[in-house]
Design a protein around this ligand. Structure first.
Ligand SMILES: C[S@@+](CC[C@H](N)C(=O)[O-])C[C@H]1O[C@@H](n2cnc3c(N)ncnc32)[C@H](O)[C@@H]1O
Length: 388
């Protein structure tokens, strides 16, 4: 029986997640703001967790019904076969949100759903499961909007951007899923030499290397669904075994990056090792003004510093001006993609973007700006030189 799955992602990445889903064999994914819905089998739900690079969470709808009061919600939930979805020894948590509904307190309605579930278990088995809000076996989400209540179970558990290769969580707002999404927005292909001259802890390059090496982003982490009674373990084991088979030990494409921060480069190397892509990326500790990747990239995808998140005393305008110089001297006809959260700073590149893709990174509305960079002869790597 197919279920409805809802894949959450960063605002701006809905189309790329839909494209990733189509590549997994999902037919007719439907985008919504901040996510993509699809009808699929359990195997597709597991595969979405294992393979989606640009998404942060996969949930499955369990209840989607009209509800007019909290009592109706309670009865509806009590009537569902929760014993198929968890055992009495396991833990659950319900996260609730309400909007324009009969009840206004989200904590209260979440409690009603939890009560309905534990009451059902008590009736059936004389015992009840416990609540664990931190790491529940069955994470549930209730969204009650007007007269429609939607209860879903979260297959992912920890956010999908947590691949398990980052040694510590860094301050940068660019998480792994967003970095993978930027590469998709940039239409980077796995055989195109790629450079990130301001690579920090290397997120963009590590994501690129994992894609080139066909390493499933979820290969080395756990998911909430792995402990559920109705999980088809033979199907899941086969999916994971196939993913292991697909991993390449080397890649044919050149990937390189640099940063002036020694600690960031050390972390990038450590992360690359943990991500199974050590030796596939050339990391260098140097100033942008001195950086020469040693090959001509087809693409530059980068996330320069802006705003509050960078260290003291950095001259942002100089860095952006220097980035413009770097692109002009390094990209001999190719494309540059620069993530910007600050229009004023972007001017210092002294280049004119021909693409602007809105992407939200953390709380900030950003743009991924696309530039065609002419080669010395004036020819672009993409055919005709731009007219201006
Ligand atoms: C927003 S962070 C990039 C974060 C990165 N995407 C990551 O995965 O961690 C920008 C980086 O630019 C580096 N940077 C700023 N100005 C630089 C310069 N003039 N030369 C080299 N690196 C510079 C900073 O050290 C910082 O790591």
């Amino acid at each position: 029986m197919p279920s409805t799955y809802d894949v959450a992602c960063t605002l701006g990445l809905e189309e790329v997640v839909a494209e990733e889903l189509r590549e997994l064999g999902v037919t007719a994914p439907r985008t919504r703001r901040g996510g993509v819905l699809f009808e699929g089998t359990p195997a597709q739900g597991y595969a979405a967790n294992l393979w989606l690079r640009s998404a942060v969470r996969v949930t499955e709808h369990l209840i989607d019904a009209q509800v007019r009061s909290d009592e109706e919600l309670y009865e509806l939930c009590r009537g569902m076969p929760w014993e198929n979805w968890m055992s009495v020894e396991q833990t659950l948590a319900v996260d609730g949100s309400v909007r324009d509904a009969a009840v206004t307190h989200s904590g209260y309605v979440a409690l009603r759903v939890k009560d309905a579930i534990v009451d059902r278990f008590r009736d059936l088995f004389g015992d009840r499961p416990s609540v664990d809000t931190k790491k529940p076996d069955l994470p549930l989400k209730l969204v009650w909007h007007r007269d429609r209540a939607l209860v879903s179970r979260d297959l992912s558990g920890a956010s999908l951007h947590k691949r398990g290769w980052r040694p510590v969580q860094v301050k940068s707002p660019l998480n792994e899923a967003t970095a993978a999404g930027l590469l998709r927005l940039a239409n980077w292909q796995v055989d195109q030499p790629l450079v990130d001259p301001l690579c920090g802890s290397g997120t963009i390059l590590i994501e690129a290397a994992q894609r080139a090496a066909d390493i499933a982003p979820g290969l080395n982490r756990r998911f909430a669904f792995e402990n559920w009674p109705d999980t088809q373990h033979d199907v899941w084991d086969t999916l994971r075994a196939d993913a292991r088979e697909r991993v390449k030990s080397s890649i044919d494409v050149q990937l390189a990056g640099a940063d002036r921060h020694n600690g960031a480069i050390a972390m990038a190397r450590q992360s690359a090792q943990a991500a199974g892509v050590a030796g596939m990326i050339g990391f260098q500790h140097c100033e942008l003004s001195e950086y020469a990747p040693g090959f001509v990239p087809d693409q530059v995808v980068t996330n320069p510093p802006w705003g509050q998140r960078i260290g003291e005393g950095e001259d942002l305008e100089d860095t952006w001006r220097e980035l413009g110089n770097f692109l002009k001297r390094t990209l001999k006809g190719g494309r540059a993609w620069v993530l910007s959260g600050d229009k004023e700073l972007t001017r210092h590149l002294r280049m004119k973007a021909d693409r602007r893709c809105p992407v939200k990174t953390g709380p900030i509305d950003c743009r991924l700006l696309g530039y065609e960079v002419r080669g010395r002869s004036g020819a672009s790597a993409w055919g005709k030189a731009p007219s201006e």
